[in-house]
Design a protein around this ligand. Structure first.
Ligand code: CA
Length: 423
């Protein structure tokens, strides 16, 4: 048995070198077809492996997992089996897909039942999200926003380097890639009028983020240390925290984001396990001033995930407008989770915790239109000859991301969302 992350592994299923889903990835998702109900699948190349079918055919007999775990609208029940079981399942899938393993490879009937092209299935929300928290943990993003809206000399507020700032978001409007949504309407106060007005947002933005999914619950009063935090993180997805800047500007004082953020957040459909990402850990920022003891951590806890954002207008082709990386986070996931639970706040399986906009140090790496077009002062040119300060009606915003090392690419697929005109 070769370990599931081994870069030398090859599958009998052909995987293009630029594909996000080689045998070393094996991300989990939920899909359905015209003839089957929602079920758990794993992406391999351009295909999805139906775990409900494989389980029924006895391929997972040693793991003793009930059918209801796999024929399911969400991954929550699978995740609830715990990391040792999920890890053993991922290892078993890796073994079955290994080019030297004939069990499934040479069983034509089982293979035909268990494999579908991703393009032929519908990918659904992978998890039932109970609670969603959004952090604000990129130092370049926080510095850019502070520079634009407050004081370039004191761009970061006094608390920023002492705790991972966050707020509680809205779980009900988290949607899976490919789900279109209406431009939000709301109350704004344009600078040139005395009273607020109500109408469609004029400055709709995206925020390039990653989100991690909670894989193990805690009880009220329990805390999680930075050292133990990884045990509670199942995996990650791409996350677009759509934001209406004009609504946000008027409503956010003093309690922070509300209707400017909760109309939609788009995630990628495949949950890449933390286990698959471990080979891509990298050093984090040197945190100065020194953080309080409950936020201290050791080891490489950032992850080197290349990220990009493209805009696809209604007619025309995509323009990639941002190249960033998850390694630019100042606060790590482990610190975010330790902080989140430091007061005894309990967490549940399926909760999502998003990073906050991930901006890098250079203008081309900024993770929102607000920063890329610098508050509308530097419109971005698109391939079709038009330009954007914010996102237009019928624009599709596409986020992509992947880790790459030794010819192994662990990717996330896409978080894609199209903005329809307000009703
Ligand atoms: Ca955000």
């Amino acid at each position: 048995m070769i370990k599931a992350n081994d870069p030398s592994l090859k599958s009998w299923i052909e995987v293009n070198p630029n594909c996000d889903f080689p045998i070393q990835n094996l991300p989990f998702g939920i899909f359905k077809t015209q003839s089957s109900s929602a079920r758990v699948g794993v992406a391999i190349g351009d295909q999805v492996l139906d775990l409900a079918v494989l389980n029924k055919l006895g391929y997972f007999n040693n793991l003793k997992i009930g059918e209801a775990v796999f024929v399911n609208n969400f991954l929550n029940d699978l995740i609830a089996l715990g990391k040792p079981t999920c890890s053993a399942l991922r290892q078993r899938i890796s073994d079955l897909l290994n080019e030297t393993n004939a069990e499934l490879r040479d069983n034509k009937e089982a293979r035909e039942k268990a494999l579908q092209y991703i393009s032929n299935v519908q990918l659904l929300m992978p998890v039932k999200v109970g609670d969603y928290t959004d952090f604000y943990s990129s130092i370049d993003h926080a510095t850019n926003v502070g520079t634009m809206f407050r004081d370039p000399a004191n761009a970061l507020l006094p608390n920023w380097k002492h705790l991972p700032v966050g707020y509680h978001g809205r779980a009900s409007s988290i949607i899976v890639s490919g789900t279109n949504f209406l431009r939000p309407k709301g109350q704004t106060k344009p600078a040139d009028v005395d009273s607020p007005v109500f109408g469609a947002s004029k400055s709709l933005d995206f925020e390039l983020e990653m989100a991690f999914i909670i894989g193990k619950p805690t009880s009220l009063g329990e805390t999680i240390s930075t050292a133990a935090a990884d045990d509670y993180i199942f995996g990650l997805t791409l996350f677009n925290d759509w934001s209406a800047r004009d609504i946000q500007t008027w409503e956010y004082v003093p309690l922070g984001p509300f209707l400017a953020k909760n109309f939609a957040s788009t995630i990628s459909p495949w949950v890449v396990t933390l286990e698959a990402l471990e080979p891509f850990r990298t050093a984090g920022y040197e945190q100065t001033p020194k953080v309080l003891p409950y936020l201290e951590y050791t080891g490489n806890k950032n992850i080197d995930i290349y990220l990009e954002v493209a805009i696809l207008p209604e007619t025309g082709t995509e323009t990639t407008i941002c190249h960033s990386n998850y390694k630019y986070m100042y606060w790590t996931m482990e610190q975010q989770l330790a902080h989140h639970t430091s007061n005894g706040c309990n967490i549940n399986i399926g909760d999502m915790m998003a990073s906050g906009t991930i901006s890098g140090p250079t203008p081309g790496s900024f993770g929102s239109m607000l920063e890329l077009a610098w508050k509308g002062t530097k419109p971005l040119p698109l391939n079709d000859g038009t330009e954007r300060k914010f996102i237009n009606d019928n624009d599709t915003v596409i986020m992509r991301g992947y880790c790459q090392k030794e010819k192994v690419r662990i990717g996330f697929g896409e978080a894609r969302g199209k903005v329809l005109p307000a009703l």
